[in-house]
Design a protein around this ligand. Structure first.
Ligand SMILES: [Zn+2]
Length: 262
């Protein structure tokens, strides 16, 4: 897709729609023996306040890779908009030495994530999601972020650093703001990851993503599209269709599948 464009900037995020197959990652060897699930597998656990009344976002970052405060503030704001958490949503920062790994696969993110989790994703009354900010890039260097299971995602700051626009619009900070909300959207099940929307807003060519470039769940920002975003702003919010899906899931009007809870 991108090769013919030479040096054109391509910002891509990736969601893994199916768990890794094969013999890797046997749950019995994990510190937390529960199933890892698929992105969207803890959607209801976030949207509803039954069982999980508060939420922690664990940020495990390499030294020097702590995200912008604007990114984590925005993430909390967006989650508070849709998730019922009367006990609050807070950020927990950990500096982690991941090693000097230059290239990350989805399985690497999953393995390092689960090795470093402070707590089970379903820890008492607290729902715990985790974001890795490692050194290095995804194996496909155009990927800025990945959601790898129901509670784990990663942002690749070294790739994000290269993804800002001409004259700093959008800035590196702008890009990180959008990508962090986008990946959290996948953990919320957007788009159609664990349900089928009554509204047709999934891009047929990019499963799991919105066809609306005003949604933070827009599938990607390619070289041609990026021009538009330089004169405008990167989306950082869920659009009305995304929000309607989440409301329908929370109320039970939209059937949900593949949930780890309840
Ligand atoms: Zn995505």
């Amino acid at each position: 897709m991108t090769h013919a464009r030479g040096t054109a900037l391509v910002l891509v995020t990736l969601v893994l729609l199916v768990p890794a197959s094969g013999c890797l990652g046997e749950d019995g060897l994990q510190v937390f023996p529960e199933k890892k699930g698929v992105p969207g597998g803890l959607t209801l656990a976030c949207l509803r306040d039954a069982s999980f009344t508060s939420m922690v976002i664990e940020i495990d970052h390499a030294p020097g890779y702590r995200p912008y405060t604007s990114s984590t503030d925005l993430l909390v704001e967006r989650l508070e908009q849709v998730c019922e958490k009367p006990g609050g949503i807070r950020i927990q920062y950990n500096e982690v030495a991941f090693g000097e790994q230059a290239s990350w696969s989805a399985q690497d993110v999953r393995d390092e994530g689960w090795e470093n989790k402070d707590a089970s994703p379903m820890d008492g009354n607290t729902l715990q999601w985790q974001i890795l900010f490692p050194e290095g890039t995804y194996e496909d260097e155009s990927v800025l972020g990945v959601a790898v299971d129901a509670s784990t995602m990663a942002l690749f700051s070294d790739a994000i650093e290269e993804a800002d626009g001409l004259f700093g619009r959008p800035s590196v900070e702008d890009v990180e703001n959008s990508v962090i909300v986008h990946e959290a959207g996948h953990l919320l099940g957007l788009v159609n990851l664990v349900y089928t929307s009554p509204v047709n807003h999934e891009d047929p060519d990019h499963p799991g993503h919105s066809s609306n470039d005003d949604s933070v769940m827009y599938w990607a920002i390619e070289s041609t599209g990026l021009v538009n975003f330089i004169t405008g702003d990167l989306p950082t919010a869920f659009d009305d269709d995304d929000l309607a899906d989440l409301a329908g899931l929370a109320s039970g009007d939209i059937p949900v599948r593949d949930q780890l809870w309840p």
